[in-house]
Ligand binder design. Structure first.
Ligand SMILES: [Zn+2]
Length: 213
């Protein structure tokens, strides 16, 4: 995996906080305009706006500080994460610092979608899906234990009116990691195996298939 280049003001390129891709950035000064028309006076402010050449979205800076989008302490989604799961994941990243409990609920939803895609079974609980993936040998039993430890597979994870618990943040952060781990153990691993197999010359593949038959 490529190194992650964190956003920095005036830098030629970095991993964009919107699209997550390493992309060249274009910069403009922030300024105010006094008066109107040609008589207006422009004042340059201590701020910058950066445009991502990849997704065309922008970052906003005051001094050295990126103020938009607000930085998240949560990890980025794994590259191979399915798009619908990634949406929930990224939404959770945006709210985790203000509301770790809401972020955890979103991540649980993301995990439900992900494991349902992987098992291809509808209407099962997250607990059953994870169990199936362990039985299939797709994910490690330790992942299941880690999920149990943060009570994510329990039905009573989100109680209405529960008091804020300082551990919630830690639980949410661990859930981000676990969603990424499940993607890497299943989708990324499968992709790597497919790639390795497609590199085998055709005549050798035939030999392998004949051996297996
Ligand atoms: Zn971008």
């Amino acid at each position: 995996m490529k190194d992650h280049i964190a956003p920095e003001v005036n830098k030629d390129g970095f991993h964009c906080p919107h699209c997550g891709i390493y992309a060249l950035q274009l910069w403009d000064n922030l300024s105010t305009q006094k008066g109107s028309g040609g008589a207006g006076r422009t004042r340059i402010l201590d701020g910058k706006i950066g445009y991502c050449t990849q997704c065309k979205d922008y970052t906003l800076w005051v001094g050295e500080q990126m103020v938009y989008p607000s930085a998240s302490s949560a990890p980025k989604p794994s590259e191979d994460m399915p798009e619908d799961v990634k949406q929930d994941f990224n939404e959770a990243r945006q709210i985790v610092d203000d509301s770790p409990k809401a972020a955890a609920a979103l991540l649980r939803l993301a995990m439900e979608k992900l494991t349902q895609d992987l098992t291809g079974k509808e209407g099962q609980s997250l607990y059953q899906n994870i169990g199936d993936l362990v039985d299939d040998g797709q994910i490690d039993e330790r992942v299941q234990q880690a999920l149990d430890s943060v009570r994510v597979t329990g039905n009573d994870y989100v109680h209405a009116g529960e008091i804020y618990n300082p551990d919630d943040r830690e639980v949410a952060l661990r859930l981000f990691e676990l969603v990424n781990i499940i993607v890497e153990l299943t989708i990324t691993r499968e992709k790597l195996i497919e790639e390795a197999y497609s590199d085998i010359p055709e005549n050798k593949k035939k030999g392998i298939e004949q051996r297996d038959n």
